[in-house]
Design a protein around this ligand. Structure first.
Ligand code: 0RA
Length: 326
């Protein structure tokens, strides 16, 4: 059998079509993991804005209709016309694969979302997305359905100095193989972790799904840790007996790589519990950052132990001498 790859077989995929055709390629899975990754991808953009120093508060809400809203007080997604696409930067970011990092003043992406695929992937895999941007005393809005803009970017004047971005999306039930209900614990754990990893960023998480909660009140939690990963260690060791109260903390930078380490030994811990992260993503298989830390810790501990043994021997010897003299 021969296969001819003629023009008919070659599909020129444009825009977000490939994402809807093979969602797993972009979000890892079309099960619960992939579903939750959509939230991480959107939150990630706000975390990046916080890391750039322009955003302090991030609000994440699970809405009654199954959608999620992520709101930040950053600079807002740029709304001006992008020279190459002839569309607004906002529409370009929402509809062009991998367009995310290419806008603004060298908007270098630090925080890693799922696979760093960008917000357009979330747009492609959502029944609808509504974006609101507060910028330059205007409120800008645009709506998308399954990745396609269904309204223009509309701007209206607004009083006040507010800036920021709000993105609401409803995951597309045609894409996800399991139900599209978000798990509170999964999201709260990740949002708490992000708040610990990015000291000072305030993340508010609200669940408005009252039917699911069997409650008349939304469930609200705020994660805000000025102490960053130091406080994370405190939280992880809260039921353990520490060998030393004060958490050991180090930070440094080399060749544009920033490193932070927090350590605490516990009396009643049988195994070590070492968590590594790179760009806000847990590195479950370890990596050179953890290997390096473990190597240097072992070397330092051994060297201290040797020194102490030596001085202990010296003391014993001098005591022996003294007792011999006596
Ligand atoms: C590119 C450039 C600028 C801001 C952003 C992206 C931005 C994107 C998102 C997505 C969610 N929240 C966001 N906040 C900011 C900077 C534009 C400027 O120079 O004002």
């Amino acid at each position: 059998m021969t296969t001819n790859y003629g023009a008919d077989q070659i599909q020129v995929l444009e825009g977000l079509e490939p994402v809807r055709k093979r969602p797993g390629m972009y979000i890892g899975s079309t099960g619960p993991r992939g579903l939750h990754h959509l939230v991480y991808e959107v939150v990630d953009n706000s975390v990046d804005e916080a890391l750039a120093g322009y955003c302090k508060h991030i609000q994440v809400s699970l809405n009654a209709d199954g959608s999620v809203t992520v709101t930040d007080d950053g600079r807002g997604i740029p709304t001006g016309i992008h020279s190459r696409t002839g569309k607004s930067a906002l529409e370009t970011v929402m509809t062009v694969l991998h367009a995310g990092g290419k806008f603004g003043d060298g908007g270098y992406k630090v925080s890693g979302g799922l696979h760093g695929v960008g917000i357009s992937v979330v747009n492609a895999l959502s029944e609808y997305v509504e974006v609101t941007v507060w910028r330059e005393k205007k409120i800008h809005k645009q709506r998308f359905e399954r990745g396609i803009p269904v309204t223009e970017l509309v701007a209206e004047p607004h009083s006040g100095d507010r800036t920021g971005t709000s993105i609401t999306f409803l995951p597309d039930a045609q894409i996800f193989i399991t139900d599209t209900q978000f798990d509170y614990a999964t999201l709260s754990n990740r949002l708490r972790e992000l708040a610990y990893l990015n000291a000072g960023v305030q993340i508010t998480f609200t669940d408005y799904r009252l039917d699911l909660l069997k409650s008349n009140e939304p469930r609200i939690e705020t994660y805000h840790y000025a102490g960053g990963i130091r406080e994370y260690i405190e939280y992880m060791n809260k039921d353990k007996q520490p060998l030393h109260e004060e958490i050991i903390f180090m930070q440094g930078e080399s060749k544009n790589v920033q490193v932070e380490v927090a350590l605490q030994w516990c009396v009643d811990a049988y195994t070590d519990n070492l968590l590594g992260f790179a760009n806000n993503i847990r590195t479950i298989d370890g990596g050179t950052h953890l290997d390096g830390l473990k190597a240097v810790l072992t070397r330092t501990m051994n060297s201290i132990a040797r020194k102490r043994k030596k001085s202990k021997r010296a003391t014993t010897t001098s005591q022996a001498k003294i007792s011999a003299k006596v």
